[in-house]
Ligand binder design. Structure first.
Ligand SMILES: [Zn+2]
Length: 404
């Protein structure tokens, strides 16, 4: 049996607790001065949206919300505020139907006031864009016929700005960029290996607009076989190779550096228009793709052009780019490599010396990078000039011609 005094203790304790709880609530009511803790997820500032925007309003507040006002472009917007009013902790889902809005800029605003004496409030204003226009695009060429060792410059145009675009070719991805900042034409540079089989291969472009919607376009690249010429004979004296070894880094270091830089290649173009020849030309001593046999490398293709002009004549940047390599290597001698973005690099070998440039400098087309020399694996004064896309060397002279 529970004694009367025991019951009395329980009742008194309960009353004391109620009193203390009430006291605490009253204390919070008069002293709380923090703005309501509300978070809006699903609608991000300055993002573009299509169809429905699914939002979550998360509330985790010390006191309940007394007033909640939502406005779209300054006009009342129904987000079923009643499900939040009177609550201090809730996750409320609502959506904004953008198909009822015009394409362009809009603002969603929210104001919440708590139920304290101070009427603490929090206001959120989120500008966003609606873009319900259906993305449309087409290639500017029906099919691409490209020679081995050359570049497929693939172009397409769109009816709206893209947030990303890339083309898949033979299991590799190539980034696409706008040809001019304000136009609607995009381009992509795809290297065709010198030993690529002469078949037709599909290219698939994946284009994504600012709302995240994607479309794909299909086209084909047909590769033409090229009969690359054979070089008669070529040998560098052993004494010269030995001398170079004393002052040079191994070319495997250059190879590693080029792979490392490729991973960091900017997705945007750093250059404009076509490339310039990087020096004056008396003659081309070795054309692109010539088949060579040397004691050091065996049989290989010379995937560059060798340009001969006056010894120690000026060599300049063939296009705007960032200096990423400036060093001396056993085979390539004094070497400069420029980063042009989109995975495109230009390489300049055998320089006599370097101009006043440093790694990290962004230099314009025509800026001096050094003088024509014969450092490294070279028998005479010349410039070995390469252009690589994703580390695949392509005929650089094509880059100095107008793309058709
Ligand atoms: Zn060469």
């Amino acid at each position: 049996m529970i004694s009367y005094s025991y019951v009395r203790i329980i009742i008194r304790s309960a009353l004391a607790l109620c009193f203390l709880f009430g006291l605490k609530k009253t204390y919070i009511y008069f002293t709380h001065n923090q703005e309501p803790q509300i978070q809006l997820q699903g609608l991000d500032e300055n993002h573009a949206y299509a169809d429905s925007i699914n939002c979550t309003l998360a509330l985790k507040n010390k006191t309940s919300i007394k007033f909640l006002d939502a406005k779209l472009n300054g006009k009342p917007c129904d987000i079923e505020s009643k499900k939040i009013i009177g609550k201090s902790e809730v996750e409320h889902l609502f959506s904004i139907d953008t198909t009822l809005l015009e394409d362009g800029k809009h603002t969603f605003a929210l104001k919440a006031v708590d139920s304290t004496y101070n009427k603490n409030s929090r206001s959120i204003k989120i500008p966003f864009t609606v873009d319900n226009k259906i993305l449309q695009a087409s290639f500017l060429q029906d099919k691409y016929n490209i020679n081995q060792g050359r570049t497929a410059r693939v172009t397409f145009n769109t009816n709206k700005e893209l947030s990303s675009a890339n083309i898949a070719y033979l299991s590799k991805q190539y980034n696409c960029c706008k040809v001019t900042p304000y136009g609607s034409m995009y381009e992509c540079f795809i290297p065709i290996e010198c030993d690529q089989d002469s078949e037709e291969h599909q290219i698939i472009a994946t284009l994504t607009d600012s709302t995240g919607k994607s479309i794909t376009l299909h086209n084909n690249i047909s590769v033409n076989t090229v009969e690359f010429p054979k070089q008669k004979g070529f040998k560098v004296a052993q004494e010269k190779i030995q001398d170079e070894k004393d002052v040079s880094l191994s070319n495997s270091i250059l190879k590693t550096a080029l792979h490392r830089w490729l991973e960091k290649s900017p997705t945007e173009k750093l250059w404009k228009g076509i490339f310039d020849l990087p020096c004056q030309v008396t003659r081309y001593s070795t054309p692109f793709g010539e088949i060579r046999v040397t004691p050091e490398r065996g049989r290989y293709l010379h995937k560059a052009v060798d340009i001969v002009h006056t010894p120690r004549s000026v060599i300049w940047a063939s296009a705007r780019g960032k200096v990423i390599i400036k060093d001396r290597y056993l085979m390539s001698g004094n070497t400069v490599v420029l980063e042009h973005g989109m995975g495109v690099h230009s390489l300049y070998y055998h320089l006599h010396d370097f101009a006043d440039i440093e790694v990290g400098d962004v230099i314009g087309k025509g800026v001096k990078i050094g003088r024509m020399g014969k450092t490294g694996y070279a028998t005479g004064y010349h410039l070995h000039w390469e252009v690589r896309i994703n580390n695949v060397a392509v005929d650089p002279l094509e880059w100095t011609e107008k793309w058709t």
